[in-house]
Write a protein that binds this ligand. Structure first.
Ligand code: FEO
Length: 153
């Protein structure tokens, strides 16, 4: 993944962020691009409606990504779905609060930048990896049982 030439990067993609599900990793990489885009805009002094477009795009894509993940967790009967969903809701609420600040003051806070950094590292590399391992394990178990059932059919 390459950043735009000359743009400021808050965080680069690391192998450790991969959760092992190709589509999810691609969505996470897209999220990283959007977060870096917001950071770059902030560093360049972008404010007001222009900055708002970055926040809104991040919020929109995050909701899309979370819905996909929660559907996968639900499909696999992931036992920690409720807690994971709460973490997602917390993120959405945080971005919504930040949007209000941009509307009022024109700028995002450095606190948001720290939050996004921590969220990427802790949520993706820990919580998402946890559910992904469960979903992948579940798919293998289903595949094993369906092969087993076919043998007795
Ligand atoms: Fe990829 Fe649970 O967010």
């Amino acid at each position: 993944m390459s950043a735009l030439a000359g743009s400021k990067v808050l965080l680069s993609w690391q192998e450790d962020f991969n959760v092992g599900i190709e589509g999810v990793d691609a969505q996470h990489q897209r999220l990283l691009v959007l977060i870096n885009g917001l950071w770059d805009a902030t560093v360049r002094g972008t404010s007001g409606p222009q900055l708002l477009t970055h926040v809104d795009e991040l919020a929109r894509y995050t909701r899309y990504h979370f819905a996909d993940e929660e559907q996968a967790m639900q499909g696999a009967d992931y036992p920690q779905l409720a807690a994971h969903r709460r973490a997602h809701q917390g993120f959405v609420a945080r971005i919504a609060a930040e949007r209000e600040k941009v509307m009022a003051d024109g700028y995002v806070t450095l606190d948001l930048v720290r939050f996004l950094q921590e969220w990427l590292v802790n949520h993706i590399a820990v919580e998402d990896k946890h559910y992904a391992a469960y979903v992948l394990g579940n798919a293998q178990r289903m595949s094993f049982f369906s092969r087993l059932l076919r043998r007795f059919a």
